[in-house]
Each structure stands twice: as C-alpha cells, then as structure tokens.
Design a protein around this ligand. Sequence first.
Ligand SMILES: CSCCC(=O)C(=O)COP(=O)(O)O
Ligand SMILES: [Zn+2]
Length: 219
Amino acid sequence: MLSSASSPTLTGAALDAALDDLSATGADFHRRGWSLGTSSNYSVLVGRDPLELMVTVSGKDKGRLGRGDYVRVGADGRPVEAGAPPSSAETMLHVVLARQPGVGAVLHTHSPAATLLSDHYAGQSVLRLEGYEMLKGLSGHSTHQATELTPIFENTQDIPSLALKVEERLNDADHPLQHGFLIRKHGLYAWGADIAEARRHIEVFEFLMECELRKLSLA
Ligand SMILES: CSCCC(=O)C(=O)COP(=O)(O)O
Ligand SMILES: [Zn+2]
C-alpha cells in the first residue's frame, strides 16, 4: 500500500543530494544489468504545491548521470523551465505516480527478469508473488505469507494512454496498486516515500522475479 507520509519540498543542497542519490542509484542499477543501453528513468518529488518532479533527461546513459541530467517538470509532465532538454519519454508515468500521497520517488528498470517474466505470463495481467521471506522488504508486508499482486500492463509507445490506465488502477480501491507494476516485455516501475524506499522496492522485486525465473528453469 502507499504510505501516507508526505515528502518535503526539496531545494538547494537537499535537492543536489537527492539528484546525486538518484545518479548513484542509476550507476548501481546499470552495474547490475537493470538499466543498460540508456534504458530506465528515475524521478524524485521536489514539491507538492505545485506538484514538481525532477525526472531524468530522455536518452541518457543511466550509468553516468550527473546533476545536469534531470529536468524539472510540473503536474502536466511538461518542463517548468523554457529551453530545458526533453524529459524521459515515460515522464507521465512518473507524474501519475507522484500525484499519489506518500510517493516521493519513482524508479524504472529494464532487467532481463522483468522483460522475460512479463512475457512468459502472456495473457495474464498480474504477476503473483507469495510465500517469500523477501516480501517483507516491501513496506507494509510483515510476513512471508503476504501476497504481492503486480499488474502487467501491455507495452505501448502511447505513454499518455498507459499513464491513464495506471492512474485508473491507482484509484481502483478494489484492485489497488501496491508497490510496483510491470510493462510487458519492457520493465518494472516501483516507487516509495523516498529514494531509499523506492530503491529497496526495486531490489526486492528484482530479487523475487529472478527467483521466479530460476524456478521456471528448474522446472
Ligand atoms: C533503450 S530504452 C527505450 C526507452 C525506455 O523504455 C526507457 O526506459 C528509457 O527512455 P527515456 O526516454 O527515459 O530515456
Ligand atoms: Zn522503459
């Protein structure tokens, strides 16, 4: 479930530190093979009133991000400052997630496990993860008996329409998005109250998807 904690407005040294943290996260994910070939995008919430995020510039090598590789965008996903480089092609996915109370950072990876598993379950719109001790790394789960239902959305180049579908699920009380979702043959999105929590959620999902993948190959 989404946390109810709100994120403070980031300015000055705190904003620089957050961008450095995101860049270090990108370098780590790149090293682990989850953000290769310019894939992935990352964002951190700057403020809620008005809603502003720093999102990675489109097409950057995520293993070598610097402070200049982020664009400030508003609630409509457009750059706040004139002349800014284009933000991620997937900016609107970050925006709809950041609009949720308690979401302070959003991370997207392109691991082989996410790519293959979301394809393996073709025709299925959810990846069910249950029984694993590592589920306790997802905020709110306190036992291995928890069930994490991770929706799988079909891949598309029409990101605004995908963002609408994600937003519908975010507002669907019967089938709430928990900590992340998959895009078929594309990758994983996960979020958290801050960068550390979002990173932990990505790590837990990547670990569990790797387990599911190895289980399939053992069978
Ligand atoms: C080779 S990655 C294809 C685009 C993508 O899915 C992605 O995550 C990176 O796109 P961005 O515009 O954020 O660089
Ligand atoms: Zn992507």
